[in-house]
Every structure is written in structure tokens, then in C-alpha cells.
Write a protein that binds this ligand. Sequence first.
Ligand SMILES: O[C@H]1[C@H](O)[C@@H](O)[C@H](O)[C@@H](O)[C@H]1O
Length: 645
Amino acid sequence: MSRKASDNVEYTLRSLSNLMGEKKRRKHDEGAGERSLIAADSYTSINSQAGATAAPSSGEELERAARRQFQQDVTPAFVYVVSVFSALGGFLFGYDTGVVSGAMLLLKKDLNLSALWQELLVSSTVGAAALSALAGGVLNGVLGRRPCILLASLFFTAGAVVLAAARDKETLLGGRVVVGLGIGIASMTVPVYIAEAAPPHLRGRLVTINTLFITGGQFFAAVVDGAFSYLSRDGWRYMFGLSAIPAILQFLGFLFLPESPRWLIQKGQTQKARRVLSQIRGVQTIDEEYDSIKNSIDEEEKDAGAGGPVIYRMLIYPPTRRALIVGCGLQMFQQLAGINTVMYYSATILQMSGVDDDRLAIWLSAITAFTNFSFTLVGVWLVEKVGRRKLTLGSLTGTTLALIVLALGFLLSAQVSPPVTFTPTDPTSQNSTCLKYSFCNGCMLDPSCGFCYKINGSNIVDSSCIPVDPKTTAQSAWGRCTNETKSKSGSYWAYNYCPTSYSWTALIGLILYLIFFAPGMGPMPWTVNSEIYPLWARSTGNACSSGVNWIFNVVISLTFLHTAEYLTYYGAFFLYAGFASVGLLFVYGCLPETKGKKLEEIESLFENRLCTCGASESDEGRYIEYIRVKGSNYHLSDNDASDVE
Ligand SMILES: O[C@H]1[C@H](O)[C@@H](O)[C@H](O)[C@@H](O)[C@H]1O
């Protein structure tokens, strides 16, 4: 036997003996051991059908060839089609939450909207999404995943039509609520549907593609906002109306796409489930998978024992209670880390570093959205390589540091805040409070004021605090900083920020934030939630955690301005950094690795205790992976296993 081969045997035996040790400790291990041996067998048969040689010269070659063969055989293109059509739900989630900021700039002029109405039009969607995500749990359980996705695309289409045709603000509000209902259902159903359709080795990647589509939707919305901002009237109708196209496409696609096989098995629709499984897997492997799903459903039903509503059963059964805490915690910390504030505030942060043009600011927001999108792509690439746990830990560590850099940027800017050196006479005689501030910092924190200044060499001169135009924050209400007078008088207008030589620190913070957040903390809460609950609790678990995501989304976005007023901007970002570090401890202590495991095996990760740190790559998991890739060389039985022990 060659050295490599004997190493392989040794590794297998070692893994096996570890596995047997695990077996003693863990309730479900007998089943898991059997499943891994079945996996080895089925791999062997695939390999021999494909005519692969039994002992390739190098272990690496074998591994590569085996992996290629395995993936080709068990991953027909259909599973990608299913995932992409579902992820259109993610695209619409991103588009509809993103498009409103640009649309609002035009809407408030066209319909003369008050600040309260602007606030209502933004938060009604997020509020409706929270409610419908929670209700989506029941709908998913009763109707199935496919009808829920169809329903969401109907909501998206109806909302887009109502918004595009709206003649008054009340109709707009109705349209935004309808769109929110679609977003909530899609946000909880799509990851579950994809996870249930995907093979284990691709599940993380395919579910993460849904978040890629969310951030893609946000980026596309920013580009559409930029493009239609050149239309003086009715630009917002196109911005809202365009989302009907992907929504209709998704609806039509789902008329032909199948229900989740796991849901069908749970509902006893055996024949249909088998048909769908062979459609999305290819024929060889469905018996094993079918049996494994069926067995785990039977086991789950025994384990879950008591009757009553699913959420009650989840809470009294320790493994699902622990999974729920992990899932909801991840979603809560995703929002508490301030992603939506950072995105919303990005244009201002970019302006701080010297961009003085409104339209440019809109396009710069598109760059921010693009950064979020492109680094989510890095997450899609990394998720099956480094696993969910390491990716989330790395991402959250970087996010925390970036938030500290952002906060320091604001702190330094506040400390060297330029003084007010010139107080003009108020032509409206309204005795504005703006004229009472003596430093830019106070002026910036007052939403009704902005800072108007000139530059002489590298010095700020002739600086004043002046009321902002109530219709647009891009100019002052009167004086040297209105749009007509700005360039003639050589003045600059800063709203929401102070021009200082430290502004670039915030810019660096913003870029670092997106680079670290997007690959991990953006997608992983959705991905992990789609896999950690057993089938009977999956819809409810995802409904609760998505609801938590939306609730904290509303809380953070609605409180940001007040938080900044009380704690200043740097205080707000230090607060988010604090939340993110608590989140880091939480993830470190509580998030197990789910990479490569079958959905049916994941429940056992939550069996013993809440904190599963160190269980990132359990011996059992490594063993299953090892056997899957290299198993063709060795035929192991349970007897061999006990011999080894
Ligand atoms: O995962 C997504 C993504 O990170 C988005 O950029 C963000 O706006 C959402 O709130 C979040 O749930």
C-alpha cells in the first residue's frame, strides 16, 4: 500500500474512532453513523458507475476527481434554475427597500409631502414586512413554500402597479404596505425553499445567492434612482413601477417550478415528493435522501412529543429552543450592527470627504450599494470554503473595528469642528435657532440647519449656520448657500456634517464596514436560519427570526436621528460598535458549524447545550465529508467501526 493510501486509511480509522466516541455521547449518532456509511456506499456506487479507477495515484487527484464526479452526478442544473427564480424574491426585497430613498426626493416635490408622510412611506413597508414575515410561518406550514412565493410575487406586482399609478399620498401608502407584505413573506420563504431544494454541499452557497440578489436589488434601485432623478416629473412612477417586471417573471416561473420535496414528504404526498426529488437530484441518489428525510420526520414527530402550537413546542423542546435563540440572535445583531443606517447615511459620509454635488451624492450611494453587492459575492464564494461560523466571526470582528473607525472619524471631525465666524441677518425675520450656534458641530446636529462656508487656501472662512430649505436639504433656505447663489458667491453647503480634515477617516470606516459586513453578517443570518430548524419547526423558526430582523430594522432606522441627536454621531456609531461586540461574543459562544451537513443532521448540533463553540467541524461532520470524497477506496461497516474502537 502506498504511503498516501496508508495515511488515508489511518485518517479514516482515526475519524471513525472519534465518531464512535461521539456516538456514545450523542443521542442521534446511531442514525448519523448509518447515514454516513450509506453516504460512502452511495458514493462508491456513483463512482463505479462512472467507471472511476479504484486507486488513483495521488490522494489529491482522487479527491478532485471524486468531488467533480460527485457534484456532476448529484447537481443537475435544475436546482440552479429553482434557486435563481426564488432569489428574484430577494432581488425585489432589495429593490423595494432601496428605491424609496431616491423616489422620495421627487415625490416630496410632486405631492408636497410633509416629513411625517415621508417617514410613513418608508417605515410602513418595513413594518408590513415584519408582520407578514411573522404570518408567513403559518402560511408556509399550511400552504407550502411554492404558494407563498407565488403570493409574494402577486403582492410585489400589485404594489408596483398601485404605486406607479398613485394619484395621492394615501394610495401611495397603500401601495407601500402591499409591497411590504410581499417583502416579508419572500424574506422568510425564499431561503427555506432554496435550502430544502439544495444538495448539502451547495446549500450555503445557493442560499447566500439570495442575499446577493437582495444587495443586487439595492444596487439596481440606486442606479434607477440616479437615472430617473433627471426626469423632473413622474420619475418616481417609473422607479416604483419597474419592479413589476421581475415580480411577474417570478410569478410565471413559479407556475412551473415544484413544491419543496421536504414539505411534500411532511404532508404525506409521497409520489409527488419522489418526482420532485428526482427532478432536482438526478435518479441515483433519491432513495437514500428520501428515506433520510422520511426517517427524520418520523423521529422529529416522536421527539417533539407534545401537541399545541408549533412555537410552543419549539420553546419547550431544548434543541429547537436553542436553535431559535441562535437564529433570532443572529438576525437581531445583523440589524444592531447598523447596516441600514450605514447604507442610508453613506451619501453624507461620502459628502463629508469633499463631494459637493447632490446628483453626484446619489451616484455615490450607488457605489456604496455596489460595494455591498460585490462583497456579498465574496461571501457566496467563501461560505462553502470556510464555513458559516468562521465567516460570521471574521465578518463581525471586522465590522466592529470598522464601526470604531467610523465613530473615531466623526469624533475627530467633531473635535476640530469649525467655528461660526459670520452671522448673517435673517431676511425672513423668523429668528431661527440656527443663528445661535457658535460651532459647526451643534449646527450639524440640528436637522433644521446647515453649515455655509468658503474656503481660503486650506482654511474655512466666512462660515455661518443657516436654516435648511424645507423642500431640499441640498441648499439653504436663504442667503449665500441657495443653489443659485452658491457658485456665484464661491460658498459650500454642508448639511448633516462638518467639513474637517479628518472627514476621510469616516470614509475609510464606511468602506471597511461594507468590506467586512457584506460577505458574512449580511448573508449568514439568512443562510444559517434556513438550515438550523428541523422540518416541523422550520417555517415557524424562520418566521420568528425574519420578524426579529424586520423589527430591529425599524427600531434602528427610526431611532438613528434621535440617537445621533442625544449621543452625537460618534456616540451612535460607538453604540453600534458595542452592539456588534456583544454580537461577536454571542456568535463565538453559540453558533455551530452547519457546513456540509444534511438538514436532517443539523438538529443534533443543538442537542446538548446552547454554546457549541469548538463544535465547528465535529468529527462526525469531518468523517461524513471525508467518506463522501474519498470513500470509494474503503468499504467500512459498523463492525469495522467497533473493532477500531
Ligand atoms: O442581509 C441583508 C443585506 O445585508 C442588506 O444590505 C440589508 O439592507 C438588509 O437589512 C439585510 O437583511
